[in-house]
Structure formats: C-alpha cells, structure tokens
Design a protein. Structure first.
Length: 402
C-alpha cells in the first residue's frame, strides 16, 4: 500500500471496553526507546554502547471527531477511555498496535470539531515477571537478599585513613539530608555508624550493617515517594563525587557497597508508596526513569573501576553476587512499576467551552461528594486560587484524573 493510500485511511481505536472509534487523524511522531548502557574507559577514545531489549514505543496522537454530534462522540470516547484495559489501534502508518494512554487532552475550541491529543505507550499484553507472590513482599525479600550479599563486599576493616574518608562522606551526607530528615532517630543512627567506624573491635560486617541501617531508614520514611527518591539520589550523587579520588581497591569496594545499598533501598521505597504517590501514570514513570538512570550509571562506574585482570593482589573485580542481587531487585521493581503505571489514573485535559465555576465543573467531571473531595482535587490539580473560586473563564485549561 502506498503512503498516499495510507494517509487516506481512517485511524481506528478499540478501547479497553471493546468499543470502536473511527476518527480522522494527523501524523505525529513515534519514539523508539532502548535499554542501553554507555561505557567510557580511561585513555580510550570513544564510548562503548551496549544495547539491550527495546522498550515500548511512545506515540504522539492527534485525531478528531467532526459533525453535528462531535461533542457526543468525544464524550463517549472519553468514557470508554476510562477503562484500564489496553487499547488496540489500527494505525495507517504503524498497523495494529496495543497501547496504554498516558494522557489525553480534549479541545472543543473550534466549532464542529473536537480535537483529541495525547501520548500512548506500546504495551505487552502479559504481566512480567510471572509470579504468584505479592510484588511488594517479593521486593522486600529481594531487598533482604541484597543486604545479606552486600555484607560480603568488604573483606577487610578500613584503616585509619580510609575511616576518615568514609566519616567525611557520611558527615556531608548527614548535613545535607538532615535539613529535610530532621529526626532524633536519624541522628541516632548516624552517630551509631560513626561509633562503629572508630571502634577498633568492630569488624567490616558490622560496619556494613550499620551503613545499611543508615540508608534503609530513608527508604522507609513516611514521606512521599518523590521525597524519598530525592534523598537517596542525593546520597548517590555525593558518593559519586568520591570517584575522582578513588584509586585504591578499598575505595572502589566501598563505592560498590554503598551504591548497592542505595539502589536496593530505592527499589524498596518505590514498592511502598503513600496512598497518593502514584496518583497518575506520569508519577510512576518519573520514579521508573530515575531508578533506571541511577542503575545504569552505577554499572558504568563499576565497569570503569574494574581492573583489566584479577592477577594483581590489589586488582579490583566487583562482587558477582552483590551486583547480580542489585540487578534482580531493580529489574523486578521496574517490571512491577510499569504494571502499576498501567493501572494508575490517566490524565485528562479540557478547555472550558463556556464560563463555569468549581461546583458545576466538579459535578460534570466527577459528581459532587459530601466531603467536597472532588472540588478540592480540581483546585489542587489546577492551582485554582481565590480569584477563580467563583468564576472560571471560557478557554481555561482544566487538568483532571480518571
């Protein structure tokens, strides 16, 4: 079929509830993403790129309902799109694709036409990995395994110079994070880590356990997942600043250890959101992207730090079990976060066709409740202040979640 014949075809969308909509459409972009890692080696020009499996493609969509009943058609489509099951799109360019929408915008500003724009992500039709275990319980179990495996990373207690370096790093981390985590418990844990550092009778395993307690405390805080992610990410960035001075085997092992604990703690934090943390799919995708970026950076760093061979007594080779444990918990968590994303609420955007107010709009989009929760949600999601409490002007953009 020629491209001219293709563009003359309609785009057909079958929503999760089985309804079919044939619509006029406008060509937009497709983004193909890959799981990749980049490696830079000292004194070697260029970058080694290793590409893994392809991720679900993202499609920007723009299509139209026209005619005297275009408003009714758009409303029926919006109702059908609330079904959480995947869509099947018969696309003139891309043939049949199975997707989930991330967000949709409904624009009725032009007479006789309703324009719908948004982004959809191609999805597999089965949940992976296959398991009968509760994902949260499984991630907690993988976290315990990671902590056990990381206890073997340090095979020797740091000497006085190394202890001073670790103490200086922990002090920087504590000072930066304590402005947010200003609790007596965090202060106590920090002092316990310092005490083990300076205790000549303590062994390497005891130090590792105290470091785990210090980091894991942040993953279990009763704050938003975004705050916990930022706290753990800040630790990771401060840790990476030590890499320029990382020349001996112990410091390399310490980076491996501390990074592994941070990443596994990040995975556990992602599995324990507060009630409103994953309010929509974009919020889940942001956490997913952060975990992937930090994990890829960690693997790249270890690859750069690794010695050419293990023959030298001072050579550094990452611990296989520890790194494999991090890979398992990150992969499992990412798989389940994508599942959470597909079940999270979808973002909708409309532009008011006429002047309105919060009460009328909340009744139209959600229905009114005795606790005024739908009104409060509209105010929060759209930054509606005192000047708009009673009057929302025609053309005002309104974002809501279904």
């Amino acid at each position: 079929m020629s491209w001219i014949e293709r563009i003359q075809s309609e785009l057909q969308i079958t929503t999760g509830d089985g309804r079919q909509f044939s619509v006029l459409w406008k060509p937009h972009t497709k983004v193909a993403e890959y799981n990749v890692a980049e490696f830079d080696f000292p004194k070697v020009a260029g970058t080694l790129v290793r590409r893994g499996t392809v991720r679900g493609a993202r499609y920007d969509m723009e299509f139209y309902f026209q005619g005297e009943d275009h408003l009714e058609q758009a409303e029926q489509f919006e109702l059908s799109a609330r079904d959480s099951r995947p869509w099947v799109i018969s696309h003139p360019y891309y043939d049949a694709i199975t997707v989930q929408p991330l967000s949709l915008t409904f624009d009725h500003s032009v007479y006789n036409t309703s324009k719908v724009t948004g982004t959809v992500v191609e999805t597999i039709t089965e949940d992976y990995p296959k398991t009968t275990a509760d994902p949260v319980d499984q991630i907690d179990e993988l976290k315990e395994q990671c902590d056990e495996e990381s206890e073997e990373v340090l095979d020797e207690k740091p000497d006085s110079a190394e202890t001073a370096d670790i103490g200086a790093l922990l002090e920087r981390i504590y000072k930066e994070l304590s402005t947010i985590v200003n609790t007596e418990e965090f202060y106590t844990i920090y002092n316990e880590v310092k005490a083990v550092l300076t205790d000549t009778m303590a062994d390497a395993r005891e130090l590792v356990r105290k470091l785990q307690e210090f980091i894991n405390y942040l993953a279990e805080l009763a704050v938003t997942i975004q705050t916990r992610v930022e706290l753990l990410k800040a630790q990771f960035e401060l840790l990476r600043e030590t890499l320029e001075a990382t020349i001996d085997r112990f410091k390399k092992k310490f980076y491996e250890l501390y990074g592994a604990i941070i990443l596994s703690a990040l995975a556990k934090a992602a599995a324990h959101p507060l009630q409103e943390d994953y309010a929509n799919r974009q919020s889940v995708m942001r956490v997913t992207d952060t975990i992937l970026a930090m994990y890829n950076r960690y693997i790249e760093d270890l690859d750069n730090l690794q010695s050419e061979n293990g023959g030298d007594p001072n050579a550094y080779i990452p611990d296989m079990e520890s790194v494999s444990g991090v890979q398992r918990i990150v992969s499992y968590t990412i798989s389940n976060l994508f599942t959470i994303a597909m079940g999270a609420r979808q973002e909708r955007t409309i532009y008011l066709e006429d002047d309105s107010n919060l009460i009328v709009l909340a009744h139209r989009l959600f229905g009114l409740r005795t606790d005024d929760s739908t009104i409060e949600a509209l105010m929060k999601n759209n930054d509606i202040g005192l000047n708009e409490l009673l009057h929302l002007r025609k053309g005002r953009e309104i974002v809501y979640y279904v």
